[in-house]
Design a protein around this ligand. Sequence first.
Ligand code: PEP
Length: 249
Amino acid sequence: MRKNIVAGNWKMNNSLQEGLDLAKDLQKTLKGKTLQCEVVICTPFIHLASILKEIDTIGLGAQNCADKVSGAYTGEVSAAMVASTGAQYVIIGHSERRAYYGETNAILKEKVLLALANDLTPIFCIGEVLPEREAGIQEQVVETQIRESLFDLSPADFGKIVLAYEPVWAIGTGKTATSEQAQEMHAFIRKTITGKYGKEIADNTSILYGGSANASNAKDLFSNPDVDGGLIGGASLGVDKFLPIIEAF
Ligand code: PEP
C-alpha cells in the first residue's frame, strides 16, 4: 500500500552547521514517537553526507541531480554522487528548477531515469502556474508533465516514483490550495496513472501536496483520500513548524 510521507525541502537555506543542527534537533524530537508517516528531509548537496550520520529514522534526499551520467559538466552533481552519500530520495522537477533553470519535461525524464538507475526514489514535482489555473487548464498541464517525463517508464519503475502536486501559485506565497482543490487534482492524477498503468500501481503511488502547507492547514489537506502527505518548503526550516505538519497524520 502507498506510504504517507512528509518531506521537507530546505531549498537554498542553511549553512552546513545550521543544517546539521536542524537535522539533529529534528531527529531528537522524533525519536521514540510513533508516527503515521515517513519523514524525509531534502537538503542542499553539501549537507547530505554529514547529515546522514546524525539521523536514523528520518529519510534523506537531494533537491536535484544532473541529467548526465558523469564528466565535464562543471558545477553539476550526478544521481550516482547523490546516492553515494547514502541519500535515498531526490526531488526532480521542482517548479523553481523548471522556471529558473529551464528544466523541460525532456530533461526531467533523463533525471528520473538516472535517479532510478542509482536506486534513488524520485519525488517528482508537477503543477500549474496561476494563468493556467485561471484558464482552467490545470489538468491538461499536469497530465502533459506526467506523460512527457514519466509515461515511458516500465510499470515496475513507475511504481518507484513519488509524485508531488505543487500548484506553483501556492509555493512560498502563503496561498494554499483549498482542501477541495488539492483532492480534485490528486484524484485526477491518480486517474491519469490508472489509465496508463492500472489501478494497482495508481493506488500504490504516494501523491504529496506542496504549496504553503503549514501547521494550521495540514490536517485538512492530509484528510483527503488521495493526499498522501506533503512536500514542505518554508515550514520545514524549523522543528517547531515542521513537527505539527508531521503530526497532522
Ligand atoms: C516547495 O518548495 O516545494 C514548497 C511547497 O514550498 P512552500 O511550502 O514554502 O510553499
